[in-house]
Write a protein that binds this ligand. Structure first.
Ligand code: GRF
Length: 211
């Protein structure tokens, strides 16, 4: 079986990265992850990746003096050298320019901790609680030029518990993220989510934990 080679981009602890690497340890999984890259050399996820047997490196954005496109050219050079076809953004905290997004169009997959298009941006769990939503969750989507926008490959939903705080909600959403992201990467790599316009023809993957 030939597997699709993918990279994982991180900035922090890398729990989604670990979920992707663990899923790819199964021989039948259709994606392999030959490279983990962080924009922050001190990201704890780098050590975690190595402990899981992955090659992990930093491309420090601070070395580019605020020149985003130069930073992204360095990322692309590294990704091309590793011969990856897909890139998973797993808590990668740099905004990407249209040049990079176009270079990796339909190959750049992000996970966002809310049910898009609700709650784009940061602090999604506190904002969901403040809005009084009954359901919350996470979304895996292809990256387009606007932030937290693009074809939805999958979503996972849970029911918000009465009196729940943002930390608890975040933990429960994170557990769903760890199931959803590997499933979406696998389905996208296998061609099971072919797009018709800007949505998967067969519909997105839907998971729930609504007990
Ligand atoms: C996750 O909540 C993810 O949805 C968001 O950033 C966080 C990364 O967490 N994009 P981790 O580094 O994967 O633990």
């Amino acid at each position: 079986m030939s597997r699709t080679r993918a990279a994982i981009l991180i900035s922090g602890r890398g729990s989604n990265m670990a979920a992707l690497l663990e899923a790819a340890a199964a021989p039948a999984h259709p994606v392999s992850y030959p490279l983990v890259l962080s924009n922050d050399p001190s990201a704890p996820g780098l050590e975690r990746a190595r402990a899981l047997g992955a090659a992990a490196e930093a491309v420090d954005h601070r070395a580019f003096g605020g020149d985003r496109e130069a930073f992204e050219r360095a990322l692309t050079a590294r990704l091309e050298a590793a011969e990856v076809e897909l890139v998973a953004l797993a808590g990668f905290m740099r905004l990407l320019t249209p040049v990079f997004v176009r270079r990796w169009r339909d190959r750049l997959v992000n996970i966002h901790p809310a049910l898009l298009p609700a709650f784009r941006g940061l602090d999604t769990h506190a904002r969901a609680l403040a809005a009084g939503v009954a359901f919350h969750g996470c979304t895996v989507h292809l990256v387009r030029e606007a932030m937290d926008d693009g074809p939805i490959l999958g979503q996972a939903a849970l029911r918000v518990r009465p009196g729940e705080d943002a930390a608890s909600l975040g933990r429960r959403v994170l557990a769903l993220e760890h199931r959803l992201f590997p499933a979406c990467m696998a389905a996208w790599a296998e061609g099971a989510l072919m797009l018709d316009g800007e949505r998967p023809a067969a519909g997105p993957i839907a998971l729930s934990d609504t007990a």
